[in-house]
Design a protein around this ligand. Sequence first.
Ligand code: ADP
Ligand code: MG
Length: 336
Amino acid sequence: MTHKMELINLKKSYNSVKVLKNLNLNVNEGEFLVILGPSGEGKSTLLRTIVGIEPLDGGKVMVDGKDVTNKPPNKKNIAMVFQNYALYPNMTVYENIAFPLKMAGMNRTEIKTKVDDVAKLLKIEDVLNKNATRLSGGQKQRVAIARALVRKPALFLLDEPLSNLDARVRYTSRQELKRLQRELNYTFIYVTHDQLEASNLADRVAVLHDGVVEQIGTYNDLYEKPATKWVGDFIGAYPMNFIDGNVLDYPGKIIGFRSVWTANGDAIKAKINLIENSEGNYYVHCTSGDDNIVIKTKDQYSIGDDISFDLTRFNIYNDGILEDVKLIEDYKKEVP
Ligand code: ADP
Ligand code: MG
């Protein structure tokens, strides 16, 4: 059975610092939801208050329509994997995984079956008798996931579980985690500051900023149609380009765009000042009036070249908020 969660008006402050300010978020059944935000935005605080190891100042946590806000953490049926794994150092891997079942009063035979099953699932059968501190980072992370999974929780919260691994292990672990979530049909709430992880793993991404979910959607939605200028600056290998609205006859507005047609374009004229090479593409940095622009292209240019291009689509921002999305075909109809 899969489970859903609703977070309603969550509030949390540390002294005078308001970390969560009436945060609302719905997580669908079987969804892989990624919470993405820069460091210090309150991602860990959010997870800790959901499980209840930190008290909320206000708001409700609903699981499958039931209010679980005031249940103690071990009664909430929500498991969490911590960034530093938090394994018990004086126990073997087996004992670590068995621990939550032992606490729940399960008998030895039943515990053994469950631990063996989950160990097989995570491919850690051969380290069950090792001390947990003697494992590699990747193995520790699997044990932490196994220990959370073995309870068969309704919801699974993961706080940057791959951030302590090296790049290659992180890459394979990411795929395995995604496969695991799909196979088990679990609801995952996965916190990261890493955009690549977010774009690869998420069904939907919730961008956390200034104590609330500033935007939620597929990674592509966030990339192409950032709801605010802040999200446009934050998402992507490069920020979205923002230029003065006067350029395209939107006085007082800001135009946001990413993709361009460089062939025979004439909407925007610019001068190239830097070119970066990136896996078959060029990031061409240029200036147009007072605006700095970075465009991704396969075409070759040189520093100092003039470049002129059309936009394939662009967004109109008013006071930092998305007001309209234009595809160039529609725009041409309006401006003959
Ligand atoms: P993130 O996980 O997004 O990096 P955190 O949730 O760890 O962010 O922190 C959010 C803010 O709350 C930060 O300003 C941090 O300093 C503050 N904070 C987190 N935990 C505590 C705590 N126990 N006491 C005081 N301030 C805290
Ligand atoms: Mg954190």
